[in-house]
Design a protein around this ligand. Structure first.
Ligand code: SF4
Ligand code: SF4
Ligand code: SF4
Length: 315
């Protein structure tokens, strides 16, 4: 058995041919689907303006399928473009979407919330070795130094239940689970110390709402946190409002968050939002045996009421 990689070295974790094979498979499938009229559009990734970067794209023309790519820069969770609020996308008809394993969990969750129907989607899954963490220069090879923290402990490298799978997963060396270690460190703190930790983290929040805009599950057309008549949560970046916003965010996503970590990646203040997401997910698993996004037609425990629900928290 391989020992875990502890140091942040820059040795490439995969051969560049792996990404080329996945890219070729995505292009071939997209071309076939668009040319036959099986789908109205393909949501995938294309090269960005900076060399080595990538960005989401919606293609409707089979002749442009060769502009699709898969690389370590394909960080976005494209499920974001499929919710009911993005009507300009969903009204086009049946769509194909390129999805990494962690994005698939979001698709499954959105199906459970009646935002999507499986029969309206053609899912091109990716056998995914990993993508870049935030702040990595585009074009850098995937390495222990550049890989996203979520990918260090990924359990969904090989997608299941998709219509096709692009690429072949290479042998992957185990990496140290940094996020899990940080969670364990937080768990070992007293409640007062944990409160102080999060208070300090949230004090940096500038309420830019990037974390909300990038989340596939924050699809309400009117967010409670934007309302001012009556005002639900103070909107200026001050301690009380910041704490209110983060509690609302955590509670609204508990049992729904797919763990794609897009919120954390997009946060300009480096607030470790995925730690909080993971803590909430662990609580839901312990209390209700629930894991978000494992089954497409599952309702989260906080979205339903049962007579025999645990009432012990009411004092
Ligand atoms: S978490 Fe897994 S599926 Fe998601 S990008 Fe990382 S390696 Fe790929
Ligand atoms: S809360 Fe963050 S990690 Fe969870 S689904 Fe939304 S963007 Fe992804
Ligand atoms: S992205 Fe970061 S700074 Fe912006 S609202 Fe969310 S937590 Fe606050």
């Amino acid at each position: 058995m391989n020992s875990s990689v502890h140091k942040m070295d820059t040795t490439p974790l995969v051969d560049s041919g792996y990404y080329e094979t996945a890219t070729a498979a995505i292009r071939g499938e997209a071309k076939r689907l668009l040319a036959s009229g099986e789908v109205a559009a393909v949501i995938g990734y294309t090269a960005g303006r900076r060399k080595g970067s990538a960005q989401p794209v919606i293609l409707t023309d089979a002749d442009r399928a060769d502009s699709l790519v898969f690389s370590p820069a394909c960080v976005n969770n494209l499920a974001l473009y499929l919710t009911k609020a993005k009507k300009e996308v969903s009204k086009q008809g049946k769509l194909a979407i390129v999805a990494k394993g962690c994005d698939l969990k979001a698709l499954a969750g959105l199906m459970g919330e009646s935002q999507l129907k499986r029969e309206n989607l053609h899912i091109i899954g990716i056998a995914c070795a990993g993508v870049h963490g935030s702040g990595v220069a585009p074009g850098e090879p995937l390495s222990a130094a550049t890989i996203a923290r979520k990918c260090r402990e990924c359990s969904v490298h090989t997608p299941e239940g998709t219509d096709s799978v692009a690429g072949e997963l290479p042998a992957l060396e185990p990496l140290t689970a940094l996020e899990l270690a940080e969670l364990a460190r937080l768990e070992a703190l007293t409640p007062a110390e944990r409160w102080a930790f999060w208070k300090e983290q949230f004090s940096r929040c500038i309420r830019c709402m990037a974390c909300r805009q990038v989340c596939p599950f924050c699809y309400c057309e009117q967010c409670l946190c934007d309302r001012n008549r009556p005002q639900g949560v103070e909107t200026t970046p001050r301690p009380a409002g910041n704490m209110g916003w983060h509690i609302v965010r955590a509670m609204h996503l508990a049992g729904r968050c797919a763990g794609c970590a897009e919120c954390e990646r997009s946060c300009p203040m480096d607030i470790p939002l995925n730690l909080l997401n993971r803590k909430m997910a662990a609580e839901l698993k312990e209390l209700y045996g629930h894991e978000a996004g494992m089954q497409p037609q599952e309702k989260g425990p906080l979205a339903q009421y049962k007579d025999d629900d645990d009432q012990s928290f009411i004092k």
